[in-house]
Design a protein around this ligand. Structure first.
Ligand code: SDX
Length: 427
């Protein structure tokens, strides 16, 4: 249980009870009011979209939206991006501390030994149309993993949870690359355990059996950083979907499939794909003003994709690192005058000066620049959210595991009912 504050919240209902509600304090961020007693006083809280609701206690990631701060187990994302790797960050998110050299080597070698998928899973792909969206494939195939791993489905068993974590972290890049290879009619590439996590992913994506594939180390480092920048983000929609699914005792593969499904939406992880579509639709810097005007028009559903965030009311710290990575990748690839990057940078400047965006504190988020890097690397737009899912898998697992490592109840929100009162079926 979190630390109880000396302060209490006193709720006085007119012509009704006065209810004293305990306040709990975190180590950082907002304190919380425990509203558990409201039910016995015939009230529920009402908070559609959970804008003001803390659904759980967690020690994995902290976000300060006003200051643009993102900490993973206390370490700022900027420092992890500069000094760490994706797999070391995976270890940190799951176990809570940075690994020793020996722990890091053991963790990495265990992940590498789980990169292959069951040979029968390869036939799953044949059931999809070639033009199936890779997220549709990933949703299906990850959920189906529970049909193959009966030895790691006992969610109350810490060892089962750990082996499932290794399998999911290790196999997501393999399944992602298989989704891509299937869509272009090329043979699946078996993982190579002599390559690191990001190098192996690029090899499975762009290698083929007919010729040697040399991984570009700058591109591999950028890919590793992209996975890291997507690793975890507190109680976002997809992580909350994983926690809610896990609260019923569902197996880890089903929970991660639920997270993939929730991530797919354009308001969430699907935004990176939508950003590219938007930049391509804008097409030229001269069209930017009209798109910004549409984004500000209440009667137009168009929103500036890659801008805004439920929590960040300042720059998303991941967007800053992503922007630097975009410059590095484009320079490495000799892309000196990328029209989409030019439009993106101009759009950012215009939006950040426009009173509408300033007043509503709408800043570029993690999805704004990631698509530009992925496109430059040669990853098709339809695979962008798959990249997000590969990186976020460790965050989903860390939160799922944190929930199972403590006592928890099945998630079961209530509602404000505004439908018909009871009425009889007509005679
Ligand atoms: C991710 O939760 C997470 O942590 C998510 C994520 C993670 O790592 O898991 O960070 C990843 O999902 C990043 C967000 C990617 N989505 C997009 O880029 C899509 C475009 N952004 C918007 O759809 C929106 O900003 C959201 C969905 C991200 C946030 O929505 P909120 O918090 O519900 O904000 P809101 O809809 O209440 O917006 C506040 C106001 C509204 O205007 P008013 O009703 O107050 O007049 O700002 C406006 C909105 O209309 N607004 C925008 C806008 N985003 C918000 N107007 C134009 N363009 C935008 N992008």
């Amino acid at each position: 249980m979190p630390a109880k504050s000396d302060k209490k919240a006193v709720l006085t209902i007119e012509d009704g009870p006065t209810i004293e509600l305990p306040i709990y304090e975190g180590t950082l961020g907002q304190d919380v009011i425990d509203v558990g007693q409201l039910t016995s006083n015939n009230f529920f809280t009402f908070d559609p979209g959970f804008v003001s609701t803390a659904a759980c206690e967690s020690s994995i990631t902290f976000i300060d939206g006003d200051k643009g701060v993102l900490l993973h187990r206390g370490y700022p994302i900027e420092q992890l991006a500069e000094h760490s790797t994706y797999l070391e960050t995976c270890y940190l998110l799951i176990y809570g501390e940075l690994p020793s050299k020996a722990q890091k080597e053991k963790f990495e070698s265990t992940v590498y030994r789980h990169t292959m998928v069951h040979e029968q899973l390869r036939t799953f792909f044949q059931g999809f149309r070639r033009d199936a969206h890779p997220m549709a494939i990933l949703c299906g195939v990850v959920g189906a993993l529970s049909a193959f791993y009966h030895d790691s489905l006992e969610v109350s068993d810490e060892e089962h949870r750990e082996i499932a974590a290794f399998r999911l972290i290790a196999k997501m890049p393999t399944l992602a690359a298989m989704s891509y290879k299937f869509s272009i009619g090329q043979p699946f590439m078996y993982p190579r355990n002599d390559l690191n996590y990001a190098e192996n992913f690029l090899y499975m994506m762009f290698g083929n059996p007919c010729e040697k594939y040399e991984v570009n180390p700058v591109i591999a480092k950028a890919m590793d950083r992209i996975f890291m920048l997507h690793a975890d983000h507190e109680q976002n929609a997809s992580t909350s979907a994983v926690r809610l699914t896990g609260s019923s005792g569902a197996n880890p593969f089903a929970c991660i499939a639920a997270g993939i499904a929730a991530l797919w939406g354009p308001s969430h992880g699907g935004a990176n794909e939508a950003v590219l579509g938007m930049l391509e639709e804008i097409g030229d810097e001269s069209h930017i003003d009209s798109f910004v005007a549409r984004a500000k028009d209440k009667n137009d559903p168009f929103r500036l994709m890659g801008f805004g965030h439920r929590v960040y009311k300042n720059f998303d710290p991941r967007a800053k690192v992503m922007k630097e990575t975009a410059d590095e990748v484009l320079a490495e690839l000799g892309i000196t005058n990328d029209p989409l990057l030019n439009i993106a940078k101009r759009l950012e400047t215009i939006a950040l000066e426009d009173p509408y965006f300033v007043e509503k504190k709408l800043y570029p988020n993690v999805d704004f620049y990631s698509g530009i890097i992925l496109k430059a690397i040669g990853i098709p737009t339809s695979m962008f959210t798959v990249m997000f899912a590969v990186g976020r898998t460790v965050g989903w697992i860390a939160h799922w595991n944190e929930m199972h490592s403590a006592s928890f109840k099945i998630g079961r929100p209530r509602q404000l009912y505004t439908g018909h009162t009871a009425r009889d079926y007509p005679e």
